[in-house]
Design a binder for this molecule. Sequence first.
Ligand code: AP5
Ligand code: ZN
Length: 215
Amino acid sequence: MNIVLFGPPGAGKGTQAKELSEFYTIPHISTGDILRENVKNETELGSKAKEYMDKGELVPDEVLIGIIKNRLVEPDCENGYILDGYPRTVNQADALEDILNKLEKPLEVVLNIEVPEEELITRLSGRRICSNCGANYHLKFSPPEKDGICDVCGGKLYQRDDDKEEVIKQRLDTYNNQTAPLIDYYKRKDILVNIDGTGNVEDVFEEIRGVLDNL
Ligand code: AP5
Ligand code: ZN
């Protein structure tokens, strides 16, 4: 199964990708997670990427294309992949097509998760993440049992630097200007399917599963 999960910041790409990855046993490839891991480990790539991420801007295409090219040849992509957060520009999408053609693993579907902007802001500003195991919470929609503590491992919860209000607005602008044009790009290729992202996590998962099981 070769899938792109597409949508604006906060649409629920990461949440759904995690579930889908477990359900279909294919790897979840999140460029945001890969970049954040590099920031955490203070790699050269991480320090370069952080400047853009903290401002809600896109990290340059050549960096991302390099990351994806290396990741898709890993053995765990043998039976498919779920891309989350890539591609984000037409340039990245063209490069992806090239890479996938060479690997003979063409994209089967681009799932476009649609959520109104107001709801995106609520989701992003309430998101909290476990500093130990990475589990995802929301202060209102999926709060932890104990304030600030992960239910899974007892780790401390934190807010992503780019989930602060000023950066959220910039990320949404970046999405609208640079990434949303890919909706038409994939519509023209006839592989775009819109998903209503406004229901709860299980509802959205079931809608996606309905699409994937009929591929
Ligand atoms: P990235 O990490 O990809 O961030 P994003 O696209 O902004 O996506 P998010 O992780 O914020 O949202 P999501 O859709 O995954 O939502 P989630 O499931 O967490 O990128 C970060 C930065 O890295 C970028 O700004 C850029 O600088 C750089 N970058 C990454 N990729 C790049 C690329 N290809 N090119 C250039 N730069 C790149 O859900 C959000 C919240 O809502 C959570 O709290 C969750 O619990 C809650 N929630 C989820 N689903 C539901 C639901 N159905 N109902 C209620 N709440 C829900
Ligand atoms: Zn945890």
